[in-house]
Write a protein that binds this ligand. Structure first.
Ligand SMILES: CC(C)(COP(=O)(O)OP(=O)(O)OC[C@H]1O[C@@H](n2cnc3c(N)ncnc32)[C@H](O)[C@@H]1OP(=O)(O)O)[C@@H](O)C(=O)NCCC(=O)NCCS
Length: 180
């Protein structure tokens, strides 16, 4: 799907980019963008990074969307179908295990600083929701309470806060859900 970015590097622009579903062959591009973006974050603990092999696995079996200008990846979103795995956010919501497979994790959203301000996190979530596997009834997410850009985008997309709790080995997070 082609869209236009109206702001690039903080300046008005009209730049055509393409949102594509990505596969494991794009894992290294995702990993490189993740690391570049995280290295520039003033508070990197707001974003728990994935290993390259994790990203490769997600792009093989889950849903990964990338925003490309030609060969350049400038933003991505990963949604995971965790099923009965213990990292399914449905588990942290207290839902019984038989319901976990009906929930997907909004795992990670990354936008390069040059491309921020185009609503790409929200656009990518909306695009992913249109491509969801049948049978999914809700999306879980976690956001650092200090990560106001991501939190406000999630709330604007209809997520609600379920609770605040330590996640990923002790990081302070809001657990959010969006019922579909
Ligand atoms: C969270 C994130 C994906 C949002 O990117 P985005 O969709 O481009 O953000 P928006 O379009 O909603 O931006 C709205 C405004 O906030 C600004 N903004 C967004 N993220 C910002 C950030 N991390 N730092 C400073 N300003 C930011 C934008 O420039 C824009 O400003 P404007 O209204 O003056 O143009 C992006 O900040 C990011 O990649 N952060 C690092 C990774 C992360 O925290 N991911 C979420 C958890 S998985």
């Amino acid at each position: 799907m082609e869209i236009f970015l109206h702001k690039v590097n903080g300046c008005p622009a009209e730049m055509k980019v393409e949102i594509c579903r990505c596969g494991p062959e794009q894992a290294e591009d995702f990993y490189a963008l993740q690391n570049e973006v995280r290295a520039a974050m003033p508070c990197p603990e707001q974003f728990v990074p994935d290993e390259l092999e994790q990203i490769r696995s997600y792009l093989s079996r889950d849903l990964g969307l990338g925003v490309w200008q030609g060969e350049r990846l400038g933003a991505y979103f990963i949604l995971r179908y965790c099923g009965m795995e213990p990292d399914n956010y449905a588990r942290f919501m207290g839902l019984p295990p038989d319901q976990w497979p009906q929930w997907a994790n909004a795992d990670s959203a990354v936008v390069h600083p040059d491309w921020r301000g185009n609503g790409l996190q929200r656009i990518l979530l909306q695009t992913a929701l249109r491509q969801l596997r049948p049978g999914i009834v809700g999306i879980g997410a976690t956001v650092s309470p200090e990560n106001l850009y991501s939190l406000n985008n999630a709330l604007a997309e209809g997520f609600e806060v379920v609770c605040r709790r330590p996640m990923y080995g002790g990081f302070d997070r809001f657990l959010l859900r969006k019922l579909l």
